[in-house]
Write a protein that binds this ligand. Structure first.
Ligand code: ASP
Length: 322
């Protein structure tokens, strides 16, 4: 088989309040382009798994997203990341949860897939694996002054005005998880998702991102999916697997992601999910029910052009932000 290698990435779904300033917004958008380029570069020598891992790695090191270096802080002011990767050829999965001392978390997830007999490793065990493979870094690599200041002000506000500021924490926190889906030249599909989780989450809380079927899914001849949003809803909807089930049943990828977003919205309300997906022919689709994409409260034109889903196809060498 010789198909066109294609990759799509996302940088989270949520509110524009996530951006600290214009510089942050620009860096965020250019990071998406860098990620797809890294994925396509990987396609020259590797497979779809290499493509999604390389793309997500770029976003983890970028610092603009809620993943890797940019991961938001939990209720205790610590970084706790989750990540998962899946190889559609044989349904191999590798995932880690509650990881505090790693920037390149998606690579650690891949190590779980390739170097252990397990699917998901959490906490200290995952940290130990990171040490063994040279991925462990001190927390100073992940926590900076900006994050501490933001954390302190959120905590202050949460104490004094709980309801309004829970909303605020949500508004500020829900964007920036990263994910990628890819199809390689041999027709293999892969998916990867990496996150610092939701801001001010309870320590030890695990979201959808490391859970196969929830935060990601890849299955050859069907599709690959990466999700972002509020993990508690995405897990309960098994959103990524649900997309795959629809596609397997003959629904087109575009309709499948839309149907699942509608399903989640109907069950849990709006503002909680974004999906990207690719099918076995390389068709890419995305659907969101969050503020940034439906333009709620922000009908400004740049909101429309912000959609952080970029697709680059190998033969055309062009980058298109959907
Ligand atoms: N889904 C992630 C979680 O709940 C967060 C996100 O996508 O922004 O941990």
């Amino acid at each position: 088989m010789n198909v066109k290698a294609t990759i799509a990435v996302h940088g989270g779904a949520g509110s524009l309040g996530y951006f600290i300033d214009e510089g942050h917004r620009r860096k965020y958008l250019s990071g998406l382009v860098n990620a797809v380029n890294a994925g396509l570069e990987a396609a020259k020598r590797g497979n779809a798994l290499d493509m999604v891992v390389e793309a997500v790695t770029v976003m983890e090191f970028d610092g603009s997203y809620d993943a890797g270096k940019g991961s938001v802080l939990n209720l205790y002011g610590e970084v706790e990341q989750d990540a998962g990767v899946m190889w559609g050829k044989d349904l191999s999965v590798g995932a880690v949860a509650s990881v505090k001392h790693v920037v390149n978390t998606i690579r650690l997830a891949r190590l779980v897939m390739e170097k252990t007999d397990h699917v998901l490793i959490t906490g200290d065990g995952a940290e130990e694996l990171a040490k063994q493979f040279g991925l462990w870094v001190p927390s100073t690599e992940l926590i900076n002054e900006n994050k501490i200041n933001r954390y302190k002000s959120l905590i202050r506000n949460l104490r004094s005005r709980y309801e309004k500021n829970t909303y605020l924490a949500r508004k500020l926190g829900l964007l920036g998880t990263v994910g990628a889906v890819a199809l390689d030249r041999d027709g293999n599909l892969a998916a990867a998702t990496s996150t610092g989780g939701t801001i001010l989450k309870w320590p030890g809380r695990v979201g959808d991102s490391p859970i196969p079927g929830a935060g990601y899914w890849a299955e050859n001849d069907v599709c690959a999916v990466s999700a972002t949003g509020i993990g508690e809803f995405i897990i309960r909807a098994m959103a990524s697997f649900r997309v795959a089930t629809l596609v397997r049943g003959g629904v087109r990828i575009n309709d499948a992601v839309k149907q699942v977003v509608d399903y989640v919205t109907k069950l849990f309300g709006p503002g909680n999910i974004g999906l990207i997906a690719i099918d076995s022919s390389g068709n890419v689709a995305s659907a969101f029910n969050t503020e940034a994409w439906v333009g709620h409260g922000a009908g400004r034109i740049w909101v429309g052009s912000l959609l952080p889903t970029c697709q680059v196809t190998h033969s055309h060498e062009t980058t298109k932000c959907l």
